[in-house]
Design a protein around this ligand. Structure first.
Ligand code: RP5
Length: 163
C-alpha cells in the first residue's frame, strides 16, 4: 500500500521511541514507512528524502531525533509537507536538548513539536492521522472511535488501586 506517512529518525537507537508512532498508525489503519535518516551522518540522504517525499505520495512526515536534534527542522526546510517532530529522550539531558532543538525553529519554517519520548511519538502518530482525517471521513471516524474507547476505558476503571 502507498505509504501516507513517513516515520524517520536520526538513529536506529531511536526506534524504541518512534515505534510508538507506528503502533498508533497501525491501530488507526494508516499506511506508513520507516527509515533511519540522520541529519549529521547522512545529510545527502536527508535532503533526498525530504525533497522527494511529496512526489512519492507521502502526506505527513514524523521525524524523531535526540540530542542535537536537527532532523525535523532540516527536513521541514526541504518539503512542503507538514513535519511533526518527536524529541527522543537523550541520555545526557533527558531529552530537554532534543525538545529545544526541535521546538525553537525560526519563524517561517514550521515543525509541529510533540512531547519528549513515548507520549510524543504516540501523539505524532495520532496527529498525523487527524491531519489525514480532514480529507478522509472513514479515518476521522476511526480516530473518534479510538478516543471514545480511551474515554470509556478511563471511566470503566475509576479506582486506581484495583484492576
Ligand atoms: C541523534 O543522536 C539520534 O537521533 C539519536 O537520538 C542520538 C544518538 O544516536 P546514536 O549514537 O545512538 O546512533 O542523531
Amino acid at each position: 500500500m502507498q505509504p501516507l506517512v513517513g516515520i524517520i529518525m536520526g538513529s536506529k537507537s531511536d526506534w524504541p521511541t518512534m515505534e510508538h508512532a507506528a503502533v498508533m498508525l497501525d491501530r488507526l489503519g494508516v499506511s506508513y514507512e520507516t527509515r533511519v535518516v540522520s541529519a549529521h551522518r547522512t545529510p545527502d540522504l536527508l535532503f533526498d528524502y525530504a525533497k522527494n517525499a511529496a512526489g512519492r505520495g507521502l502526506k505527513v512526515i514524523i521525524a524523531g531525533a535526540g540530542g542535537a536534534a536537527h532532523l525535523p527542522g532540516m527536513v521541514a526546510s526541504q518539503t512542503p509537507l507538514p513535519v511533526l517532530g518527536v524529541p527522543v529522550q537523550s541520555k545526557a539531558l533527558n531529552g530537554l536538548d532534543s525538545l529545544l532543538s526541535i521546538a525553537q525553529m525560526p519563524g517561517g519554517v514550521a515543525v509541529g513539536t510533540l512531547a519528549i519520548g513515548k507520549a510524543g511519538a504516540t501523539n505524532a502518530g495520532l496527529l498525523a492521522a487527524q491531519i489525514l482525517g480532514t480529507h478522509d471521513p472513514d479515518l476521522q471516524a476511526r480516530v473518534e472511535n479510538f478516543r471514545q474507547q480511551q474515554t470509556q476505558s478511563v471511566l470503566d476503571h475509576p479506582d486506581p488501586a484495583s484492576d
